[in-house]
Design a protein around this ligand. Structure first.
Ligand SMILES: Nc1ncnc2c1ncn2[C@@H]1O[C@H](COP(=O)(O)OP(=O)(O)OP(=O)(O)O)[C@@H](O)[C@H]1O
Ligand SMILES: [Mg+2]
Length: 157
């Protein structure tokens, strides 16, 4: 199985997905978030990061990286980078963020990932937020290296 769609009627459902993802993340993972403004990308990224932290740090603020572009979090078992490419205009600006180095050392979560050119040697999970007549659909697609873990995710829903 390569793709699953989860309907998310509320923030808690999106956060449940974040908690599940935090349990199965591995070094060299790229979580590529796509979807229009205000569709839930930061909400999911925050819940992945909070759920990956030990309890002492799990109340720290996780700002949206819209302005500082990339933010690093030293979580209990892994380093997580959280990037937002909304304000990025060209590939030189993306290169300056050194995102591949973050993937080499941990996990990278990217908002507005459609602006990213393909990154080799990473496990890529694409998560698309789509507003429908029935509320928010979260479409989860294995691009590379996630096929077993997508099956694991589907068992929780
Ligand atoms: N099912 C849901 N999942 C996630 N967020 C939801 C849901 N229902 C309502 N919301 C609300 O929608 C908003 C989503 O905002 P969020 O910052 O996560 O979006 P975003 O995609 O990161 O936006 P941007 O493109 O500006 O970065 C939040 O205020 C959140 O509380
Ligand atoms: Mg955001």
């Amino acid at each position: 199985m390569y793709e699953i769609i989860i309907n998310s009627p509320n923030v808690q459902k999106t956060e449940k997905l974040g908690k599940i993802l935090s349990k199965i993340l591995k070094k060299n993972d790229l979580i590529a978030l796509q979807g229009e403004l205000g569709s839930g990308k930061t909400t999911l990224a925050r819940s992945i990061i909070w759920s990956s932290m030990d309890t002492k740090k799990s109340s720290m603020p996780i700002p949206s990286p819209t302005f500082n572009l990339v933010q690093l979090y030293d979580c209990e078992k892994i380093i997580i980078g959280h990037a937002d490419l909304y304000r990025i205009n060209n590939s030189e600006e993306i290169e300056a963020l050194n995102l591949e180095e973050i993937i080499d050392n941990g996990v990278l979560i990217v908002e507005w990932a459609e602006k990213l050119s393909p990154i080799k040697e990473s496990n890529i999970l694409r998560i698309q937020f789509i507003n429908t007549n029935n509320g928010l659909d979260i479409n989860i697609l294995n691009v590379s290296g996630w096929s077993d873990r997508i099956i694991a995710i589907s068992k929780y829903f």
